[in-house]
Ligand binder design. Structure first.
Ligand code: NAD
Ligand code: TDX
Length: 343
């Protein structure tokens, strides 16, 4: 089934939960491109955030698709034994949605992770948990600290607390049952295929539709941006070479406040830098996230490729400009939700 080489563990078949979402689909494409000996089975419920179109170009001999829910234990009995690793992306992922309606977050992120862990235990399959830096809560703007692996969990939102709960289940299943598990906690991703509910695609598509971008609160909240392809290469490094039972933080030294990012988008798109609206702040809005990726870099030798944020942003803007048919059908409903929230 699996063996070791200088490059680490080899996996012949990886089950990717949530592989039709933003980061999951980027990861599937990354594996197809960089790991010729690995097959991928995508398991996805195709919620509002998941689309088969996101992986249609790579479906075939090496990538297959199973339409189903990670909470369905019977389905997992059929799908999990065929693979030697699970990379678990599936989640409800948007903070604003979690504030409006936390139920699906507890159900998919906590119960769903529990079901997958039980399947990994039953069939002795390697398990990698995709998590977020938000489990650590936030930092003050003037705090010189960045998040490190040993920091105590202190999540703020229903979304981040459900991810924190899931991470704790992973740790317990490793320690108690010996499930061969690792966790990675990554910072904010950007790139193609991100849903228009998220910050960068929302602003880019607003501008493309002639609508003014919307900035929450005072715009000074800081996020630590990383390209989804760099997240993918880091996940592969942890999956194949990470120490079992360990957590690895993934970040690319990309701290920027929201106002700076929005002005960069406006500049790249040839609009005046003050051409946006200030809107109601997010309740409980985390002030700053910042990742210290030293462990990943020194222990696993990982480094990001997309180190120039402005050029990554330009390419992302170009992707949304040339994929109107991808985002247009969901734009109006997304904005209607925001409007109802005063955002
Ligand atoms: P996304 O919302 O774009 O995609 C989530 C995918 O999961 C969708 O394809 C959806 O259909 C699927 N899904 C949801 N519920 C499911 C269920 N019950 N069963 C099966 N499939 C289900 O999310 P994303 O932004 O790509 O995030 C992916 C993962 O990465 C999440 O676990 C998230 O917490 C984590 N993460 C995201 C970021 C970020 O910046 N977006 C940063 C760090 C970590
Ligand atoms: O219209 C907006 N205006 C605005 O100012 C939106 C949608 C967001 N914002 C702000 C809120 C945040 O400070 O921009 C920042 C980024 O917002 P989101 O894209 O919603 O991301 P965030 O809440 O930081 O969470 C993201 O990164 C961590 C992902 O959605 C999570 O899945 C991941 O875990």
């Amino acid at each position: 089934m699996k063996d070791m080489s200088d490059e680490g563990m080899k996996f012949h078949c990886v089950l990717v939960s949530g592989g039709c979402g933003f980061i999951g689909s980027n990861f599937v494409r990354w594996v197809v491109e960089h790991q010729p000996d690995t097959r991928v089975v995508v398991l996805d419920a195709l919620t509002y955030a998941g689309r088969l179109d996101n992986i249609r170009d790579v479906l075939g001999d090496r990538v297959s698709f199973v339409h189903g829910d990670i909470r369905d234990a019977e389905l997992l009995d059929n799908v999990v034994p065929g693979c030697d690793a699970i990379v678990h992306f599936a989640a409800e992922s948007h903070n604003d949605n979690s504030i409006a309606d936390p139920g699906p977050f507890v159900s998919t992120n906590v119960t769903g992770t529990y079901r997958l862990l039980e399947a990994a235990r039953k069939y002795d399959v390697r398990f990698h948990q995709i998590s977020t830096d938000e489990v650590y809560g936030d930092l003050a703007l003037d705090d010189p600290a960045r998040f490190v692996e040993g920091r105590a969990y202190n999540p703020s939102s229903p979304y981040s607390s459900s991810k924190a709960a899931a991470d704790l289940l992973v740790r317990a299943w490793h320690r108690t049952y010996g499930v061969r598990a690792t966790i990675s906690n990554c910072s904010n991703n950007y790139g193609p295929y991100q849903h228009v509910e998220k910050f960068i695609p929302r602003q880019v598509t607003n501008i493309l539709m002639g609508v003014r971008p919307k900035l929450y609160g005072d715009g000074l909240n800081v996020r630590d941006w990383i390209h989804a392809q760099d997240h993918s290469s880091a996940v592969w490094a942890v999956l194949t070479r990470g120490r079992l039972g360990q957590t690895y933080l993934i970040g690319a030294d990309g701290e920027r406040d929201n106002l700076t990012v929005l002005r960069a988008i406006l500049r790249v798109m040839g609009r005046p830098e003050d051409g946006f609206d200030w809107v109601r702040d997010r309740p409980g809005h985390d002030r700053r996230y910042a990742i210290d990726p030293s462990k990943l870099r020194t222990e696993l030798g990982w480094a990001p490729v997309h180190t120039d944020f402005e050029s990554g942003l330009k390419a992302t803007v170009a992707w949304y400009e040339s994929h109107r048919g991808w985002w247009m059908p969901v734009k109006a409903a997304t904005e209607a939700k925001y409007k109802a929230q005063g955002q």
